[in-house]
Design a protein around this ligand. Structure first.
Ligand code: ATP
Ligand code: MG
Length: 451
């Protein structure tokens, strides 16, 4: 089977394509590319054949075609068709219409969901674009060619045709894949203004695919990064998860900082990172992200709550110190800091409460883990989020906070037998550890009766 390089050398066609050229698409026949039906999920094949047999056009499109050509396993399979959403919905029993801005159909086979989209026309009509140039309505159906030009990057606009198994390329995606380039389709500024989230997607694809940005696609990001502040916080939450749970979070994070995009997502943390570039806040965050990447690589579960706890730790920690300096006791001081930082953060990235509640637990466990006298250590150990709190303590200790002794104590305590645990707690009294000694209750003398 031919490699991408060979496909490209065989098909020496124009590499820089423009929408106005009305050029015929590059069509790579089955014999000259590597995608075989055995790599496509049975569910996606059923949808493609179902549409084809009903007389419609049907293509695999987007990330799945790109990933298969690069030799990666696709995360999911998306289908594009000339059938309307209603027609698709009628054709497949287990399907439903979804979406507000874009109408799509989800077809379900077992656990798998195949997203089927009708070809879309470009958002040319003025009423579809707001003052910033952002697309507000985009549900006009179009042709395959129009659908290709309205996609984001050339490498995401390749279509696998179920009729003859060829790949159709209107925008130069094959050439860009071959050159390892992520190139925005069309005029870069217009396309970023239409949908600023494309800047985040560009960065995600560098991390995920190891490709580089085309010069113009790269150049405008720092200038336009601010446009992200107009994007709904719920959408930025979805994108943040994709960015940070991609398995390449450490690299992706550095890129987001480099291009000024992190500032728009997590402004409180970004401000601190700007002033303390090589200090503890950055070290802790990168280490947390490296751990996350490792866990994903090993197929272990990762919780977004831990990730957000790490990203927001430094603003929380600094506010916590300020509150303590105002004589607020440690735990309420931390709770107050957490509330302030979270309520500011969710204005930008709408982290759902089910995650922020756990992030808070992780933070509040930090001072609690210092208090080990009496029953306190046993209570912390029984806390439902103990493991995450302990992992967070380790992270802090490994990245420069003077907590090694405490972290080692907990490492030992949680695996010790109960009588050993009791001994460990008692030993704290003699070493002076354990933060506060249990206060002895003084017996009050009965007040002398006045005569
Ligand atoms: P992933 O591997 O992360 O799923 P993907 O490219 O498939 O990458 P999706 O979000 O699943 O990303 O989108 C599917 C396709 O829809 C993209 O490949 C692209 O063609 C198109 N698309 C997605 N988001 C946009 C956007 N903001 N603007 C234009 N086209 C987009
Ligand atoms: Mg996809």
């Amino acid at each position: 089977m031919l490699s991408l390089n060979k496909i490209f050398s065989r098909l020496k066609r124009n590499t820089s394509r423009s929408q106005n050229s009305n050029a015929e698409p590059l069509i790579v026949p089955r014999s000259q590319h590597t995608i075989s039906r055995s790599q496509i999920s049975p569910a996606a094949l059923k949808v493609l054949y179902g549409l084809k047999d009903a007389g419609y056009e049907a293509y695999l499109v987007g990330g799945c075609v790109r990933d298969l050509l690069l030799g990666h396993e696709p995360k999911d399979f998306d289908v594009a068709t000339n059938a309307s959403p209603e027609q698709v919905n009628q054709l497949f029993k287990r399907s439903r219409l979804i979406g507000r801005r874009f109408k799509l159909v989800h077809v379900r086979y077992g656990r798998e969901v195949i997203e089927v989209a009708t070809f879309r026309a470009p958002p040319e009509a003025e009423q579809h674009v707001d003052q910033q140039g952002r697309i507000v309505r985009d549900n006009v159906f179009g042709t395959l060619e129009q659908d290709a030009w309205r996609r984001d990057f050339t490498i995401n606009a390749l279509y696998y045709n179920i009729r003859d198994f060829s790949i159709i390329d209107y925008t130069g995606g094959i050439a860009d894949l071959d050159a390892g380039k992520i190139r925005l389709i069309g005029d870069v500024e217009t396309r970023y203004r239409e949908d600023p989230v494309r800047m985040l997607r560009a960065i995600r694809f560098i991390g995920k695919l190891g490709l580089l940005l085309d010069d113009e696609t790269e150049r405008l990001i720092p200038q336009l990064a601010n446009l992200l502040s107009d994007i709904p916080a719920a959408r930025l939450f979805d994108e943040s998860l994709k960015l940070y749970l991609s398995g390449n979070a450490a690299v992706t994070h550095e890129l987001l900082c480099h291009y000024g995009l992190f500032d728009c997502l997590f402004p409180q943390t970004a401000e601190i990172l700007h002033t303390e570039q090589d200090g503890y806040p950055r070290t802790l965050l990168i280490k947390a992200l490296e751990n996350t990447d490792l866990r994903i690589d090993e197929g272990k579960p990762v919780t977004p709550a831990f990730l957000f706890a790490a990203i927001l730790w430094e603003p929380v920690r600094q506010k916590w110190q300020e509150n303590k300096a105002r004589n607020i006791p440690a735990i309420p001081a931390l709770q107050q800091a957490a509330t302030e930082v979270i309520s500011e953060q969710v204005k930008r990235v709408a982290i759902p409460k089910r995650f922020t509640l756990v992030s808070r637990d992780i933070w509040v466990l930090q001072p609690r883990l210092e208090q080990r006298f009496g029953k306190k250590a046993f209570r912390s150990l029984a806390h439902p989020k103990f493991r995450a709190g302990y992992d967070f303590l380790l992270l802090r200790s490994e990245t420069g906070e003077p907590l090694t002794e405490l972290a080692d104590w907990w490492t030992q305590f949680q695996i010790a037998a109960e009588d050993e645990q009791q001994t460990m707690v008692k030993a704290l009294a003699s070493t002076g550890g354990g933060k506060h000694k249990p206060r002895r209750r003084r017996r009050r003398k009965p007040a002398a009766k006045s005569e």
